[in-house]
Design a protein around this ligand. Sequence first.
Ligand code: ADP
Ligand code: MG
Length: 265
Amino acid sequence: MSESLTQLDRLGEQLGRLRLGRSAARLATLLDDAARRELSYSDFLEELLTGEISDKQQRNTTMRVAMAHFPFQKTLEEFDFKFQPSLDPKTIRELATGRFIGNADNVLLLGPPGVGKTHLAVAIGMKACALGYRTLFASAATLLNALTKAQSENRLEEKLKQLTQPKLLIVDEIGYLPFDRMGANLMFQLISRRYERGSVLITSNQSLTGWAEVFGDAVIATAILDRLLHHATTINIKGESYRLKEKRKAGLLARARAAEESLET
Ligand code: ADP
Ligand code: MG
C-alpha cells in the first residue's frame, strides 16, 4: 500500500519534471479510469499523450493571442454573414485555413466604417494563432508612431526586423489618418521588408484609388500597392454599418432625429 503511494508520488514527480503537468496533476484518476475501462497499455499511453498535446496547443494558442495585441477577441463564428451579403463566406473561410500565411500572401479588407473589417481581421488573426502562426495586430497610427520613434532613436533597422518576424502582420485602419512624407516612406520600407516573406492583412475605409491621397504621394502609394497586390486577396465589403443597425434597433437614430427636429422648430 505504502509502496504504491510512493510510486504514484514518484510518477507524479517525473511527469512534472518532463513538464507533463496535466498528467502529473490527475495521474491517480487517469490510472483508476484506465483500470476501470480495461485499457490496453498502448491505449492508455495514447490517451495520456493526446491529452498533453492538446493541452500544450491550447497554452501556446493562448500565448500567441496575448502576444498579438488584438484590440478585442472576436471569432468568425460570431460574425453574421447574412448581414453582409456582398461578402462571400467562402473567401473568408479560405483565409481562415491560414494557407495565405503559409504562402506569405496578403489580404486587403476594404469598406466603409462599421461593416466588420476589424472584426474579420481579428477573427482571421485568432485562427492564425491557433494554427501556430506568430501574429501581430496594430493600428496604422500605432505602427507609424512606433516606426517614427524608432527612426528618431536610430533603431529603425531593429524595429523593421522585429516587425518582419510575425508570420501575419495586421495593419488596421489605413486611411483614417493621412501619412506625411516620412510616414509614407516608413510604411513603404515596412511593406517592402515583408514582401514575399510574411503576410500583411490591411483594413482600410478608403478604396485603393484613394490611397494616393492617404499616402500624400501617388508614386509611393503605387509602390506600396505594387508589392501588396502582387500576391493578394482583396475583399470589398459594400454593406451597411453593423453599428448603425444596432443603434437603429435601440431607437437611437429615431431619438437623434426627433431631437434634431425639435431644435429646428
Ligand atoms: P469596421 O472595422 O469595419 O469599422 P468593426 O469590425 O469594428 O467595423 O465592427 C463594428 C462592430 O460591429 C464590432 O463590434 C463588430 O464585432 C460588429 N460587427 C460588424 N459586422 C458584424 C457582423 N456581420 N456580424 C456580427 N458582428 C458584426
Ligand atoms: Mg475597424
